[in-house]
Design a binder for this molecule. Structure first.
Ligand SMILES: Nc1ncnc2c1ncn2[C@@H]1O[C@H](COP(=O)(O)OP(=O)(O)OP(=O)(O)O)[C@@H](O)[C@H]1O
Ligand SMILES: [Mg+2]
Length: 288
């Protein structure tokens, strides 16, 4: 897809992460071609787009988990070799892709996040254990630390993986739908925590289907559908035209002061249709 409508972030510092002409796919089927992106340090960016649009594939390619077909990923100006994961980058995978039957406790999963800091086969240091304890407490999952990962709720599992990503003291975290299994209060808390960490200097890239959370919490958004459709501040990017180009569906955008609310146009059509349904379909004495 053509890289039109793109406003590049205002970069006053050299980019922390850059993607140049990146193309990737599976079994000879391209998912995206010639993607160019630049993440300045300190950015907090939402990646949004339709299911199957290639968000996870883009993230995995950046992380060196899938080899790109062509193009480059640069971290702090240095080109990464094919399959090389960038240093000091934490990753929270999409929950649907994790094997939860793996016999390991939440504590052990989080401790794995310290492996880059440890010598091969060495025992975890006092500092490793202290950092794990602190992050488990900060994410409110210390009480499930010694439970098997498969026994936890979806929201707890996501926080365990967030803890694993953060305990490695990364410069950048890449989170693939980190709040999809959390209730509204927990989603809000997680986004606030990420906002706090971002204020302390952490650069964040997260994918989500929750456009309203992006609009109210994130300063930057990339609309992605097999390529970059557009990017910028949510208030400028989220309009019906850009959203239709990204999702291929009608969306309604309501402005309320400096806030915006996004709803599916399909829902309002459904309401109209339901309102037109003759009452006899439901039965005259329906209690539904
Ligand atoms: N391991 C794989 N093998 C073959 N095709 C794949 C594989 N993983 C993803 N795909 C395909 O690549 C395309 C992009 O998928 P991807 O998971 O990157 O999208 P996504 O934007 O993350 O979607 P979602 O919002 O549902 O998570 C889809 O057509 C998908 O079917
Ligand atoms: Mg995905």
């Amino acid at each position: 897809m053509a890289d039109t409508l793109t406003i590049q972030p205002k970069i006053s510092k050299p980019a922390l992460l850059e993607v140049k002409n990146l193309s990737c796919g599976y079994q000879n089927q391209p998912v995206f071609t010639n993607v160019n992106l630049s993440f300045p340090p300190g950015n907090m960016c939402g990646l949004v787009g339709p299911s199957g649009g290639g968000k996870s594939t883009l993230m995995k390619t950046i992380l060196g988990l899938i080899p790109p077909w062509s193009g480059e990923v640069l971290f702090q100006g240095k080109q990464l070799k094919k399959g090389q994961s960038p240093p000091k980058v934490g990753y929270v995978p999409q929950v649907e892709t994790v094997d939860w039957n793996f016999p390991v406790t939440a504590y052990e999963v989080v401790l794995m996040g310290r492996y880059r800091q440890r010598k091969l086969f060495s025992r975890p240091s006092k500092r490793d254990r202290r950092l794990v304890k602190e992050i488990l407490e900060r994410l409110n999952i210390a009480h499930v630390a010694h439970q098997s990962i498969g026994e936890l709720s979806g929201g707890q599992q996501q926080r365990v993986f967030l803890a694993r990503a953060l305990v490695g003291e990364p410069d950048l975290v890449i989170l693939d739908e980190p709040t999809s299994s959390s209730d509204l209060r927990m989603q809000h808390e997680l986004l606030h925590l990420l906002g706090e960490l971002n204020q302390q200097g952490l650069t964040i890239l997260l994918s989500t289907h929750d456009l309203n959370s992006v609009a109210s919490h994130l300063p930057w958004v990339i609309c992605f559908n097999r390529g970059v459709v557009c990017q910028g501040e949510p208030i400028n990017v989220f309009n019906p035209s850009n959203l239709e180009k990204t999702f291929g569906a009608e969306m309604i955008v309501v402005h309320q002061g400096d806030r915006i609310l996004i709803a599916s146009g399909q829902t309002s059509r459904l309401h109209q249709t339901l309102n037109q349904v003759p009452t006899s379909i439901w039965g005259s004495d329906s209690h539904l």
